[in-house]
Design a protein around this ligand. Structure first.
Ligand SMILES: C[S@@+](CC[C@H](N)C(=O)[O-])C[C@H]1O[C@@H](n2cnc3c(N)ncnc32)[C@H](O)[C@@H]1O
Length: 387
């Protein structure tokens, strides 16, 4: 049992499962790309040199890694965050994200250029003749999704609202030379806000039932699970009937979860990083439950615009449809340090019920986001060095 091993030693020795070779290794195919090239198609086959590329698609962790992960989780539970810290990090989460953006400005996350491939609806709303389209990015950070979106935009009628609860993140976006007020507005907004005496819980300038697309990229993981209900309810209110949610976030068993050491565990699958920001790791069934089965018995409660009728099936009564949800599993290889890292992200497309438009097409397969994720894991490794 590898319980005593240091995580670094362990991921160096990972032996990923290799599927039987299905293609000849002739030089014409030595990039292992299908013709025409399809994203998400670089399979690790028997006979391949794992260090030949810096990422392989759809690689499930081997059994030894899974056992190692379980041992790690036990250790994490045995040494949770102190009550003092739990309180500190949960009471004022914006303070820690403000510090994060003061320290990292706009250089931490890489531009998420792959989003249009992953979510074709983003290409649709930026087309010349798409007409008025309202996109809301929640937890927009430094604008690494919003900026590529407006850079590639040909639609005069597009407006992107990029919101974050950190005023420093919003400042970074507003001060960027890419910030174009014609197509974009960056505002401070807490996704888990509740209506108060000062006003409604919706972002500045946005009305109920007006948003075509909500983008949630690595934001739900930053919320405490007890905030999901509020955030979902706000998103539901903002969307038009038939409006869609584009979701990408950390998946259960991702190396970033396994590597947490003592003093970081807050509750099951929820941790605090060395910089005070929090992170949750999702699994498939839980996301289906959250977005797809929103019943009083099983899920979150919500005031529906159109309460379910007796004629509707249980499925039809759910406020959102899960159009697509999959785990994006990759083996990321650091070729110089010879580390092999199992990564897992969850990616989904959800639609608010109602509306008459046909469902948007999900992407065929998750695209390689190697440039982004390698940077993330290495930065995360640095961030976790203090553990
Ligand atoms: C991991 S970062 C992701 C940033 C951006 N979506 C990206 O992918 O580059 C999470 C972001 O969510 C923001 N955030 C966390 N909790 C939030 C909340 N309750 N409301 C709005 N934004 C929040 C943080 O300030 C941070 O910018």
């Amino acid at each position: 049992m590898p319980s005593g091993k240091d995580i670094h030693d362990f991921i160096e020795k990972v032996v990923p499962p290799q599927i039987p070779a299905s293609r000849t290794h002739d030089p014409a195919n030595n990039l292992k790309r299908t013709d025409p090239f399809q994203f998400g198609s670089r399979f690790l086959e028997e006979g391949d040199n794992v260090y030949e590329f810096n990422a392989w698609d759809h690689v499930e962790p081997d059994d030894e890694f899974k056992a190692f992960a379980e041992v790690q989780y036990e250790k994490q539970r045995a040494a949770p965050v102190s009550d003092f810290d739990r309180n500190r990090f949960n009471t004022d989460p914006v303070k820690w994200w403000n510090l994060f953006y003061k320290n990292n400005t706009d250089n931490f996350f890489k531009d998420r250029k792959w989003l249009r491939q992953e979510f074709p609806i983003l290409a649709e709303v930026t087309q010349k003749d798409a007409g008025p389209k309202l996109v809301l990015e929640v937890g927009a950070g430094a604008g690494n999704t919003a900026f590529p979106l407006i850079r590639n935009n040909e639609n005069e009628g597009l407006k992107v609202h990029a919101c974050d609860f950190s005023k420093y993140a919003v400042k970074v976006m507003r001060e960027s030379e890419q910030y174009d007020e014609k197509y974009m507005v960056a505002d401070v907004w807490d996704a888990a806000a509740e209506p108060s005496e000062e006003g409604d819980s919706l972002p500045p300038g946005l009305q109920e039932g007006t948003v075509d697309v909500v983008i949630l990229i690595f934001i739900f993981s930053a919320l405490n699970p007890n905030q999901w209900e509020k955030a979902l309810s706000n998103i539901y209110r903002l969307l038009k009937p038939g409006g869609v949610v584009l979701f990408r976030d950390y998946g259960r068993g991702d190396l970033a979860q396994v590597r947490f050491k003592k003093g970081r565990y807050m509750e099951e699958n929820f941790y605090v990083r060395g910089d005070g920001t929090r992170v949750y790791f999702f699994d498939h069934e839980q996301l289906v439950q959250l977005w797809g089965r929103w019943t009083p018995e099983n899920g979150l409660k919500i005031d529906l615009e159109n309460p379910p009728t007796a004629e509707q099936t249980a499925e039809e009564q759910n406020p959102f449809e899960v159009l697509n949800l999959e785990a994006d599993r990759r083996l990321i290889v650091n070729r110089s340090s010879k580390l092999k890292m199992y990564r897992c992200w969850m990616q989904g497309l959800f639609r608010k019920r109602g509306g008459s438009d046909p469902a948007p097409a999900p992407a065929a397969a998750p695209a390689p986001k190697v440039d982004v994720e390698v940077v993330e894991v290495e930065a995360a490794a640095d961030a976790e060095n203090d553990q």
